[in-house]
Design a protein around this ligand. Structure first.
Ligand SMILES: Cc1ncc(COP(=O)(O)O)c(C=O)c1O
Length: 483
């Protein structure tokens, strides 16, 4: 970077802000490209004749605003898009009373998203183009040829041993040391959560959830005749422990269900200290916690965040996850680690559908054992991160300027908040029926019908001109609706 002498500081702008602005211009002009490493703090101090603390302040400001990111032991890097960063939604403040659930619209959102004509910005679906489908198909063939009897046999819970062995091995990176016999295989995360809820609640009970929360979870609550108590939730680090403690101390809830890492739809992720406090809290009150960690391996930077289960010493956490977002949604390979509720979960699994099909479980186990999984995950995280950035950039370009967007550090969805009065359900209907574009309207993420002015967008499909046009169309429809 050329040696630059900065202008003198003015009353209304500090020197570090000028440094930050100058770097922002270099990014906007393309001199510094997404992924480029910024000069070290020492080098910039020399080149721009400013102090180390000024450079550090400037880098922190740019990081806070989402233009750059720090990589441990490596320095600061330009984030892959967006070049303008929209404001973030504020923490939610849902109603304090439990609500029964009606999810008819959520079902429609899920089913319409499977129409091949529809542009899939609604459901959190990964594109087949970024999944290792050829390798999985080849392995499935090998499984069927090498174990023809086993692949077609009946099985019993806890399910296929080679898969449970691989899952136990991979759970070490989430901070969990478990043995294969503590794992029960399921038909995806959804079934794991459903069985866990059924194991720890009775019809009529209330369950604490994030707000907004994954609508599939609300669907499970509805079927099980459970009520949802929505907890205030921060878009960066999840539920308010204060409000959870109040609900626990008033004996209001029978269980708590959370997406611990890169939640859906907010993308929030608790730090380890908060995770530990949370597990200590529910353990103190002896209330089970169902942890949905379907996005845990999809961090954009650094290392995989720990699971809540990693802090569980008394078997109070029922951990649920799957390979739906990272390998294949259609194979329906998931699992539960139900702690002290394992016998009940196994019995329910047996009664409801006996076991998960063996061939997909063996196929996923073979893929995990083959050694290519980590490489695949690196590419996949990059794809999700880039697409999340592209969609954010498109929101900046095409949506009204006061639109707020989350800044997840992992996962595959964005939560978008528009001005009060905007109707995301009307947008859903119009975009789908007139333009073949699916979105997920905000109301389906809340038992109390909140978030009508919000929507969730899927970032699981690589960027194309078609998605660009769809984002432009959504922007046009939104502006027309609110003007
Ligand atoms: C938070 C969350 N849990 C569970 C699921 C469903 O996972 P699976 O397909 O493994 O049942 C999804 C899918 O969107 C999700 O976002």
């Amino acid at each position: 970077m050329a040696k630059v002498k900065l202008i003198e500081t003015t009353d209304d702008q500090n020197l570090y802000e000028q440094v930050a602005d100058r770097i922002r211009s270099l990014i906007a002009e393309g001199t510094l490209q997404p992924g480029d490493r910024l000069p070290s703090v020492r080098k910039l101090r020399e080149q721009w004749s400013v102090s180390i603390s000024t450079v550090l302040e400037a880098y922190r400001l740019l990081e806070d605003r989402g233009f750059i990111q720090a990589r441990p032991q490596s320095g600061y890097y330009v984030r892959p898009f967006p070049l303008t960063v929209p404001a973030e939604p504020t923490p939610s403040t849902p109603p304090r009373q439990p609500h029964s659930v009606d999810t008819s619209l959520a079902f429609r959102v899920s089913t319409t998203c499977h129409d091949p004509k529809v542009i899939k910005l609604g459901s959190a679906i990964p594109s087949g183009k970024i999944l290792p489908l050829a390798a999985l198909n080849r392995l499935m063939g090998q499984v069927l040829r090498s174990q023809p009897m086993l692949a077609h046999a009946y099985d019993v819970p806890p399910g296929c041993e080679p898969l449970r062995h691989e899952v136990a091995r991979r759970l070490l990176s989430a901070g969990c040391s478990v043995t294969p016999d503590q794992i029960v295989t399921t038909n995806g995360t959804f079934e794991a959560v459903y069985l866990s809820l059924k194991a720890v609640t009775q019809p009529g009970d209330t369950v604490a959830v994030e707000s907004p929360t994954y609508y599939g979870l609300l669907e499970a609550l509805e079927i099980l005749h459970l009520k949802a108590l929505e907890l205030p939730t921060h878009p960066r680090d999840g539920i308010s422990l204060e409000h959870l403690e109040a609900a626990l101390s008033h004996r209001q809830i029978a269980a708590c269900v959370l997406v611990s890492n890169f939640s859906n739809p907010l993308g929030s992720c608790m730090d380890d200290l908060k995770k530990k406090h949370l597990v200590d809290l529910i353990t103190r009150y002896q209330i089970p916690l169902i942890e949905d960690d379907v996005y845990g391996e999809l961090h954009f930077e650094g290392t995989r965040p720990k699971a809540l289960k990693a802090f569980d010493r008394e078997g109070m956490v029922l951990y649920c996850a799957s390979y739906s977002k990272v390998l294949s949604p259609g194979m329906r390979v998931g699992w539960a680690l139900p702690g002290r509720y394992q016998a009940k979960v196994e019995q329910l699994k047996w009664v409801i559908n006996q076991t998960t099909a063996i061939a997909p479980q063996l196929t996923v186990a073979a893929f995990l054992a083959s050694g290519g999984y980590d490489r695949h995950l690196r590419q996949l995280r990059q794809a999700y991160q880039t697409q999340t950035a592209r969609i954010t950039q498109a929101i900046c370009e095409y949506f009204p300027p006061d639109t707020k967007v989350t800044r997840p550090n992992g996962g595959q969805v964005l939560w978008v908040e528009l001005t009060a009065g905007f109707d995301s359900v009307a947008l859903f209907e119009e975009a789908l029926t007139q333009h073949h574009i699916s979105i997920a309207p905000g109301t389906i993420f809340s038992a109390s019908g909140s978030y009508r002015n919000c929507m969730r967008l899927n970032c699981g499909y690589p960027w194309t001109a078609e998605i660009d046009r769809a984002m432009q169309t959504l922007g046009y429809l939104i502006k027309r609706q609110i003007n």
